[in-house]
Every structure is written in structure tokens, then in C-alpha cells.
Ligand binder design. Structure first.
Ligand code: BGC
Length: 362
């Protein structure tokens, strides 16, 4: 039984306090930490350097009551057992790569097959299961990782930073930057499951996505390379709509995916940082707006979620307990010539920023 020392305050800057405490030990005995970034009002987020994971976001509702709107676990043990990527940094390649292989510079690279014949979220050596180094800088926590050439089958020694910040206007910013010593593919995202009511399911949340185009996928969730217009379909969120309204319709895509698990092409492709989604919960009036520098948003209504460990709520998580808003390049881009290129060239810097702005809409 590990005793958890209380948070010790290590930085205090411009009303934002950053605290750190032990979160547990990995199976090989490596100590892992929990970081809490607290603002003056008492709202806070928590992060761990295991998987550069977003653990919690404790924010006010319409009455000023604080509660946690992210699914996660109380201790490291939950994250060690987790298979649903709760709050994790996903990489080197978020979502699927068909047939677990790609060709780059005329060489074919074989990846882990961890999802039938395909690779999902980078196979068995994904970043979600890595212990990152960390550094605290002003109101930020910077997680760093070295991923060696060949890890999970991907080429190039990769150096990666994932920087989280939390600002007084309740905005969480995740900034990713990376460099490789060989050309490689890189597509990072965060896999937080949001539930703005803090319990139950997300079916009564409403969702807006500034997009009218979605990727078509096959029965194994691999893009076919085609796009489809969402007009007059259950996938249309171009005006705010309750997530539960159409989710159980008799539609093959919805049945296969147990709900939403679909990638949208965001409007305003040329904007540096574009609007990606607005999630709203009508009883608490909590709202989450997402902005990103990436071209796509994959929404996942967590139809396959069945956690083996009890979460922070004391129960195991079941389908629809949370909703993922994953900003990224398109799935399977390495095998899809018509998709935006996501090669990280040797010597170039990968940059990606996503902002999650919480507020109360009255
Ligand atoms: C994927 C789902 C998958 C889930 C957990 C999501 O990002 O789109 O297909 O079941 O992650 O791996």
C-alpha cells in the first residue's frame, strides 16, 4: 500500500498555483507524479507524467459548484490497467493505420497489429503507457519523451514535448512539439473523455461541430479515402444537437461504431487555430469550446468503453459515460494519398495546439 504525501506547492505565479504529489509506481518501480494547477477561484486541472495524461478538470457549474468533468482514475493503478486511453496523450499515430503498415521514402514499415489486422493508437508501445520526464515552467507543465527509432515500427528517433497550461479564463491549452532525425509520420492527440454533468452519460449534452464533411470508413473503422456530406444524416452537428437524439438510429455506421466514432473535416482549413467543437450540458450550463491547429476532429461517444478499474466516481465506466473530442490529422493518412500530408520531415518541427475553453452559458 503506497502512502500518498499531500500535494507540496512548488510554484505560485500570477494567482496560478502548481502542486505536485506522488501518484504511484509503475510495475517496474518508476515513481510517477500527479500535478495540480489551481487558479484563484479554486478551479483546477490535474495531470500525470504517466502517458502525459490529463487526469481531471474541476470547474464551476451555473451555481459556482466545482466538479470534475473528465473521466479518470484516483491512482496510477487505474491508468496502468486502462485500455481506453482515458485522458492520455496518444502517439505516435492517433487512431488507425490500415493493415498495420505504411510506405515512406520507398520503404515499408510494419507496425503492431493491436486492432484486428490494423494498428490503433500506435500499437503496444503507445505514448499512453510511457513515463514522461517533466518540468514546471510558470503556469505550465512540460512533459518530455524520447521515442527511439523503430519503436512500434515507426522510423526516427523522436523527441517530443507535451505542454499543458491552465489560465484564469478556464482554458486548458495543450501544445505538442516534436522533432525526428529521420522522416516519419506523426499524429498526436489527447484522448480525454468529457462529461460536463460529472456523472451518468453524455446523451443529453448538445454538440456543435463546424463541419459538414466526414470521412467514410469501412467496417474495421479504416477510412476508404472518400468523404461524405453530413447534411440530413444523423452525423450532422453543424447546428447544435443533442448527442442522444440520433445516436440509436438504425444506421449501419452507428450500429458498427456503437454510436459516434467519426472523423470530421473542420471548416476554415486555412485558419491557424480553428473552432473544432462546442459541447454543452443544459442542467449545469457548463460549456466546453475546442479550438485547434489540426485539420480534423474525431468524435467518439465511447460506445466500447467498459473500464476494468473503478474510476474516480467509484464505479467502472460504461458506454457513453464520456465523450472524446480528438483533434488530429485524418486516420490512416500514411496510406491515403488524398488526405493532408502528416509526414514529419527530418529537421522540421511538428507543432500542434489545442485549446479547451470551459465556461458557463446562462
Ligand atoms: C477510436 C475508437 C476506439 C477508442 C479507444 C477512439 O479514438 O476512434 O475506435 O475504440 O479510441 O481505443
Amino acid at each position: 500500500m503506497v502512502t500518498m504525501p499531500d500535494f507540496c506547492c512548488i510554484k505560485f505565479l500570477l494567482q496560478m498555483k502548481i502542486e505536485k504529489k506522488q501518484f504511484g509506481f509503475t510495475n517496474s518501480g518508476v515513481e510517477v507524479h500527479l500535478f495540480r494547477l489551481v487558479d484563484e477561484s479554486g478551479a483546477y486541472i490535474e495531470l500525470t507524467n504517466y502517458g502525459a495524461t490529463w487526469v481531471s478538470a474541476v470547474i464551476p457549474d451555473r451555481n459556482g459548484n466545482l466538479s470534475d468533468v473528465i473521466l479518470g482514475y484516483d491512482s496510477l493503478a487505474g491508468y496502468l490497467a486502462d485500455t481506453a486511453y482515458l485522458g492520455s496523450t496518444v502517439g505516435r499515430f492517433a487512431n488507425r493505420i490500415g493493415n498495420a503498415r505504411f510506405t515512406l521514402n520507398r520503404r515499408t514499415y510494419k507496425l503492431d497489429r493491436n486492432d484486428g489486422n490494423n494498428t490503433n493508437h500506435s500499437g503496444f508501445s503507445g505514448f499512453n503507457k510511457k513515463v514522461f520526464d517533466y518540468q514546471i515552467e510558470n503556469n505550465k507543465v512540460v512533459f518530455s519523451l524520447f521515442s527511439p527509432d523503430g519503436e512500434g515500427g515507426f522510423p526516427g528517433n523522436l523527441r517530443l514535448n507535451v505542454t499543458y497550461s491552465f489560465s484564469e479564463d478556464l482554458t486548458v491549452t495543450i501544445h505538442y512539439s516534436a522533432e525526428s532525425d529521420q522522416d516519419t509520420y506523426l499524429n498526436l492527440t489527447n484522448h480525454a473523455y468529457f462529461n460536463l454533468y460529472s456523472s451518468g452519460n453524455i446523451l443529453e449534452h448538445s454538440l456543435y461541430i463546424p463541419s459538414t464533411e466526414m470521412l467514410v470508413t469501412d467496417e474495421f473503422f479504416i477510412p476508404t479515402g472518400e468523404f461524405t456530406n453530413v447534411d440530413n444524416t444523423p452525423f450532422d452537428f453543424s447546428k447544435p444537437k443533442q448527442i442522444g437524439r440520433d445516436i440509436f438510429q438504425n444506421n449501419l455506421q452507428l450500429i458498427n461504431n456503437k454510436g459516434y466514432n467519426h472523423c470530421y473535416v473542420l471548416d476554415n482549413p486555412d485558419a491557424e487555430c480553428k473552432h473544432a467543437a462546442v459541447l454543452y450540458e443544459p442542467k449545469t450550463c457548463r460549456q466546453l469550446e475546442v479550438f485547434t491547429t489540426k485539420p480534423a476532429l474525431l468524435i467518439y461517444s465511447a460506445g466500447f468503453l467498459n473500464s476494468v478499474e473503478a474510476g474516480k466516481t467509484g464505479h467502472c465506466y460504461s458506454p457513453y459515460a464520456g465523450f472524446c473530442l480528438e483533434t488530429q490529422f485524418f486516420p490512416d493518412s500514411p496510406n491515403q494519398p488524398s488526405f493532408p500530408d502528416c509526414v514529419l520531415r527530418k529537421g522540421e518541427v511538428y507543432e500542434h495546439r489545442t485549446e479547451y475553453k470551459f465556461s458557463v452559458r446562462l
